[in-house]
Design a protein around this ligand. Structure first.
Ligand code: ATP
Ligand code: MG
Length: 449
């Protein structure tokens, strides 16, 4: 490679730039506080795991394992490794490895990057982020409903209104096996009309054909045997239990008998949160029960239920809310000229930070140290409430020039404040602005009150 050739990010893997970072922070903080309000605790697992963890958990004939995994050999020791395509397998491995459920069930949440080798398009990337939760060790429909209500609360807290819930039960393994026989027989009658994908799945994962997005297959799959009709008494009672709690809490849903999950480990309750605002990639959250998984991993039979949401898709929806407020970078911007002024600015900036304020101290750029005028422009653009200005005159007077950047037009905006009084002055001013302050640029540190 020649020296000047630019290196770019890998296709389908995005940089998160500061202009969007405030939305990500808002999403993550809100999601975290919602799940905490239901007693969920955070778990972080490695991004790289042994390949067989995923092939065993997710299932060999799924999209993910068949064609989407970033798998590679560790060049140091030949281990077969994979960048995690989803979060559940790693969480379950960790739960077993550390025997987390020895003293009872656990409510866990996670967030982080996932990797799938898919064709990049809107809402579909090769590195993407999920926020998810897993409740491990709970048997009843109560915790399924709780998971769903937790999502509903998150959409509400984020102000996202156009996300609807689709619900189904895919029963237990034996019920699916009986359905599968009839489904394959039915689909074989229509085999010449199936597309290549469906033909391929006919004998491996026919349930997944029901999920097809091909419009030509809709009438065939619409009339296919419905899994719901094959459920036994226990599965039906569980499903009714979920619906009863949702109904009692005014959570609306549509039963979608064709809703299945692309991953093998699910049983009984499955759900998706869907929006029409994102084109083809409209599923923002998917979840369900996966009672068999932990036993598949060699653990004691332990029921579990979880969901994962695609953060990129939710950020896209949040952008649609039209909140265009420029994120505030700091409370105070330090403007200075001359070496003595710079030294004094460093001291004052540290003391302002001690008081809990966010401070940007002007630093020289390639364009030079910056005139007062250009520094004041930066101060204005930073969203700061105050500029503290120090030059030779201020050094001589032992006092800074404090300028309010957010005051009403015509108000006295500039005051001289002795250096030792600057912190108290600014803290008082911001606190005095009060809780009913309608300037969105003033955020109120709790320790002011
Ligand atoms: P799809 O049918 O869209 O491929 P999936 O069934 O593969 O979805 P899950 O494995 O259930 O998706 O993942 C849960 C959520 O993670 C999805 O609903 C979606 O919001 C998000 N997600 C999945 N794959 C991607 C991706 N490649 N890029 C961005 N988000 C994704
Ligand atoms: Mg997929």
């Amino acid at each position: 490679m020649s020296k000047a050739e630019k290196i770019t990010a890998i296709k389908g893997m995005n940089d998160l730039l500061p202009s969007e970072a405030h939305l990500w922070e808002l999403f993550e903080n809100t999601a975290q506080s919602v799940v905490q309000s239901y007693g969920f605790q955070q778990i972080r697992t490695p991004i790289v795991e042994e390949t067989r963890l995923f092939s065993r958990a997710i299932g060999a004939v799924t999209d993910i394992v068949e064609k989407e995994m970033y798998s590679f050999e560790d060049s140091m020791n030949g281990d077969q490794l994979t960048l995690r395509p989803e979060g559940t397998a790693g969480v379950v491995r960790a739960v077993l490895e550390h025997n987390l459920v020895y003293d009872g069930p656990k409510r866990l949440w996670y967030k982080g990057q996932m990797f799938r080798h898919e064709r990049p398009q809107r809402g579909r990337y090769r590195q993407f982020h999920q926020f998810g939760a897993e409740a491990v060790g709970f048997t009843g429909p109560d915790v399924d409903a709780e998971m769903i209500m937790m999502c509903r609360r998150l959409w509400d807290d984020l102000g996202l209104q156009n996300i609807r819930l689709e619900l189904n039960s895919i029963g237990d393994a034996e019920e699916r096996a009986r359905h599968r026989v009839d489904l394959i027989a039915y689909l074989q009658q229509h085999e010449e009309h199936l597309d290549a994908d469906a033909k391929r799945r006919l004998h491996t994962n026919p349930l997944r054909i029901l999920d097809t997005k091909n419009p030509d297959l809709q009438s065939i799959v619409n009339s296919a045997p419905k899994l719901l009709d094959y459920l036994g008494a226990e599965s039906l009672a569980h499903f009714d239990g979920v619906k009863k709690i949702l109904d009692a809490n005014a959570i609306q849903y549509t039963i979608n008998p064709r809703l299945v999950r692309g991953i093998d480990y699910y049983n009984r309750t499955v759900f998706e949160w869907v929006t029409d605002e994102l084109g083809a990639q409209g599923t923002v959250c998917a979840g369900g029960r996966y009672d068999p998984l932990i036993e598949m991993f060699g653990g004691k039979p332990t029921p579990a239920v979880g969901f994962a949401m695609g953060i990129e898709r939710l950020i896209e929806l949040m952008k649609g809310l039209g909140d265009t407020a420029v994120p505030r970078q700091c409370d105070v911007y330090m403007v200075h000229q001359g070496e003595a002024a710079q030294m004094q600015s460093f001291v004052l900036a540290e003391r302002l930070r001690d008081a809990g304020l966010d401070v940007i101290l002007h630093c020289a750029a390639t364009s030079g140290p910056g005139s007062f005028k250009s520094q004041m422009k930066k101060a204005d653009g930073s969203g700061a409430s105050y500029a503290v200005i120090i030059g030779d005159d201020e050094i001589a007077a032992n006092a800074a020039n404090v300028k309010s950047l957010r005051g009403e037009e015509g108000e006295a905006q500039q005051t001289t404040v002795p250096f030792e009084g600057v912190v108290d002055y600014i803290v008082d001013q911001i606190a005095g602005c009060g809780d009913d302050c309608d300037d969105p640029n003033h955020h109120h540190h709790t320790h002011y009150h």
